[in-house]
Design a protein around this ligand. Structure first.
Ligand SMILES: Cc1ncc(COP(=O)(O)O)c(C=O)c1O
Length: 421
C-alpha cells in the first residue's frame, strides 16, 4: 500500500463497525482491550475450516500436511513481523499472559534463587506482574519497581542506575502502557540491562500491532504479544525468545507434540519452539494471525502509529480544554515511533471527570454508542500509586476517524452537564 493509506476504504474491511448500538452509530474506542477483525482474517479462518482442517505435525495425509504447512508458515510470518532471527525463536501461546507465564515458569524457575531481584516498572499490566510475584514466592526472589513520575506516567529514568544492581536477574517491562498510553524507551532499558548481563522481557501487547516492533533493534531476550489486539483471533499469541535461551529452558507443560521419545520413566523432548507447544495447538489461530500480520504490514505500522497518534492528540487536546477533568499519560505524543530510546504518548487517552465515577462515564458513553473502558485496566498497583481507583480510557486504531473523536468529546461534555445538574 502507498505511504498514505486510504483510511476510509480500510474501515470498510471491518463489517462489525457498520452497526448501531442503542440507536446510535457504534464508535469503538476500546481497541486496547481487543481490536476488531478485518474481512481478510475472518475469510482466512473460514477457508481453513472449510478446506484444510486437520491436526498438525502428526498426519501423513493431505489435509494434515496442508494444516501443518499453514501453521509453520504462520510461525515464519511471525518471525518476520518482529524481525526475529529465525522461526525457531517463535513459540505460539494463548496470548501475552501465557507467554510471560511460560518465561516465569520455565526460565525463571531454572535461573532464579533466593535473594535475586526481578525488576519491573510501576506501570505493568497484571499479566507482567502476577507471574513474577508467583515466581518470587516460589524461589525467594524479590520484586523491585522502576517508578513513574505521577499522572504523566513517564518512567523515572533517574532511578534506573540505583535499581539495576547485580542482584537483578530479569528486567520485564511494558512497551506501551495499556492504562496510560506511555511508550517506554525499551531499547534503552534493554541496553542498560544487557550491559550488566540482565535478561530482559518486553510486553508488546499494546505495541506489536500499533508500531514497528523489531526484537533485534530493541535488543530484548524475550518479547510477548497477543493476536487479538492486532486484528487477529483471540486465543493465539506469540512469545519470542532468543534461541540460546529457549534451547536451554525446560518444558513448560508436558504432553503430546513436544516429545521425541517417551518411555515409562523418562522422556526426550523436542527442541524449541516445539518443546513449548504441548498438545494439539490452536491451529486456526496462527492462520488467522498470519492474515492479520499481512494485513497490518500492507498498511504499514508507521502509518498506523501516526494515525493512532493524530486521533489521540486531537482527543487529548480537546479534553484538556475542558474544566474539571484529570488527564493521565504523557503530555506529548511520540512522533515518529522512534528507535526505542524515546518516551511519549501512544494512541490511548485516560481521564477522570471530577466527581464522576469512571464506570458512570463509560455507561453513559455506551448509551451514546461510544465503547470506552472504565476501571483499573488490570493495573491496580499503578492506580493506587496515582491515588485513583479507576480511569475512563479511549484507545484508538486505524479504522477510527476524527469525526468519531469529535463525537466522543461531545459525549464527554454531555456527561459533564448531566452530572452538573
Ligand atoms: C500491556 C498489556 N499486557 C498484557 C496484556 C494481556 O494480554 P492478554 O490478555 O491478551 O494475554 C494486556 C491486555 O490488555 C495488556 O494491555
Amino acid at each position: 500500500m502507498s505511504d498514505s493509506p486510504n483510511w476510509s476504504a480500510l474501515r470498510k474491511d471491518f463489517p462489525i463497525l457498520d452497526q448501531q448500538v442503542h440507536g446510535q452509530p457504534l464508535i469503538y474506542f476500546d481497541n486496547a482491550a481487543t481490536s476488531q477483525k478485518p474481512r481478510a482474517v475472518i475469510d482466512a479462518l473460514v477457508h481453513y475450516y472449510e478446506h484444510d482442517n486437520a491436526n498438525v505435525h502428526r498426519g501423513i495425509h493431505e489435509l494434515s500436511n496442508r494444516a501443518t504447512t499453514a501453521y509453520e508458515a504462520a510461525r515464519a510470518r511471525a518471525a518476520k513481523f518482529i524481525n526475529a532471527r529465525s522461526a525457531d525463536e517463535i513459540v505460539f501461546t494463548r496470548g501475552t499472559t501465557e507467554g510471560i507465564n511460560l518465561v516465569a515458569n520455565s526460565w525463571g524457575t531454572k535461573n532464579l534463587k533466593s535473594g535475586d531481584v526481578i525488576l519491573l516498572t510501576e506501570m505493568e499490566h497484571h499479566s507482567n506482574l502476577v507471574p513474577w510475584q508467583l515466581l518470587a514466592q516460589r524461589t525467594g526472589a524479590k520484586l523491585a519497581y522502576l517508578p513513574v513520575n505521577g499522572d504523566e506516567a513517564l518512567l523515572d529514568m533517574s532511578k534506573l542506575d540505583s535499581l539495576l544492581t547485580r542482584q537483578v536477574k530479569i528486567f520485564a517491562m511494558v512497551h506501551i502502557s495499556n492504562s496510560m498510553g506511555t511508550v517506554n524507551p525499551v531499547a534503552e532499558l534493554c541496553e542498560r540491562a544487557r550491559k550488566l548481563g540482565i535478561t530482559t522481557l518486553v510486553d508488546a501487547a499494546q505495541s506489536a500491532g500499533h508500531m514497528p516492533v523489531d526484537v533485534q533493534a530493541i535488543g530484548c531476550d524475550f518479547l510477548a504479544f497477543s493476536g487479538h489486539k492486532i486484528c487477529g483471533p483471540t486465543g493465539i499469541g506469540v512469545l519470542h525468545g532468543r534461541q540460546e535461551l529457549l534451547d536451554a529452558m525446560p518444558p513448560y507443560q508436558g504432553g503430546g507434540e513436544m516429545i521425541l521419545t517417551v518411555e515409562y520413566h523418562k522422556t526426550e523432548f523436542k527442541k524449541a519452539p516445539h518443546r513449548f507447544e504441548a498438545g494439539t495447538p490452536d491451529i486456526s489461530g496462527p492462520i488467522g494471525l498470519h492474515a492479520a500480520m499481512d494485513y497490518l504490514d500492507a498498511i504499514g505500522r508507521e502509518n498506523i502509529f501516526r494515525h493512532d497518534q493524530e486521533l489521540a492528540t486531537c482527543a487529548y487536546e480537546k479534553l484538556a480544554a475542558l474544566k474539571n477533568i484529570r488527564l493521565f499519560g504523557p503530555h506529548s505524543p511520540l512522533t515518529p515511533p522512534g528507535r526505542g530510546t524515546e518516551s511519549g504518548r501512544a494512541g490511548v487517552v485516560s481521564f477522570l471527570l471530577a466527581d464522576v465515577h469512571a464506570h458512570d462515564v463509560v455507561t453513559l458513553a455506551d448509551q451514546a454508542g461510544v465503547a470506552l473502558r472504565g476501571g483499573h485496566h488490570c493495573t491496580q498497583p499503578l492506580m493506587r500509586r496515582l491515588g485513583v481507583e479507576s480511569t475512563a480510557r479511549a484507545s484508538f486504531y486505524f479504522y477510527n476517524t476524527k469525526a468519531e473523536v469529535d463525537r466522543f468529546v461531545e459525549v464527554v461534555k454531555e456527561i459533564q452537564k448531566f452530572f452538573a445538574q
